[in-house]
Design a protein around this ligand. Structure first.
Ligand code: ADP
Length: 201
């Protein structure tokens, strides 16, 4: 299984990514986690990206793409992976497409954890209150939601045209959403195999 997971802030992406990876026996690869680990360990890469992360900006495409390619070339990702947080730009989309094409591989699905922005804003506000996070005001939460939608729209359109989008309702308990995801992914992949165009290696 070669998967991408996308979802707005608060959609529960991280939690579900871990469950999906375990279920299909594939590594969950989060670019955010990789960058944060490097910052913590003060590696060369970490020093390069620390300020960018602190400012909430995007790490340059070329650098991010190199990190992802190196990670996908590791043996544990040979038969499948779940990418979380990548791609985030059309440049990264193209880089991933090129990488997979060169190796004669294809994505199986792009999973979108869908939820109404209003529901997510409510959820994030409650979480901010419980955790006492003063920076998570309604205004900053709304801004992050807008940024996500603006930046993600062209990516979703691209994968929709490729017939890879699998939308799953992200509202409900963790287990409910998880069951929905497994069912939707299995149906999408089986459906493609039944249609006779599953000639992927
Ligand atoms: P969030 O906290 O919004 O879920 P992540 O944990 O995915 O974000 O990523 C944290 C930070 O790492 C981002 O704000 C960005 O600086 C950097 N980053 C992660 N993935 C990418 C990417 N694909 N392209 C550029 N920068 C990225």
């Amino acid at each position: 299984m070669r998967l991408l997971i996308m979802g707005a802030p608060g959609a529960g992406k991280g939690t579900q990514a871990a469950k999906i990876a375990e279920h299909y026996g594939i590594p969950a690869i989060s670019t955010g986690d990789i960058f944060r680990a490097n910052v913590r360990q003060q590696t060369e890469l970490g020093k390069q990206v620390a300020q960018i992360l602190a400012a909430g900006d995007y790490v340059p495409d070329e650098l991010t793409e190199r990190i992802v390619v190196d990670r996908l070339d590791q043996p544990d990702a040979a038969d499948g992976f779940l990418l979380d947080g990548f791609p985030r730009t059309m440049h990264q989309v193209d880089a991933l497409d090129d990488y997979l094409t060169e190796r004669g591989r294809q994505l199986d699905a792009v999973l979108v954890l869908a939820a109404k922005p209003e529901d997510l804003i409510g959820r994030l506000l409650k979480r901010a209150e419980i955790e006492g996070r003063e920076d998570d005001t309604e205004e900053t939460i709304r801004y992050r939601m807008e940024v996500y939608q603006r930046n993600t729209k062209p990516l979703l359109d691209h994968y929709d045209q490729a017939g890879l989008l699998v939308r799953v309702d992200g509202l409900g308990t963790t287990d409910e959403v998880c069951e929905r995801i497994f069912a939707a992914l299995d149906a999408a992949v089986d459906g493609r195999a039944a249609a006779g165009n599953d000639d992927r290696p």
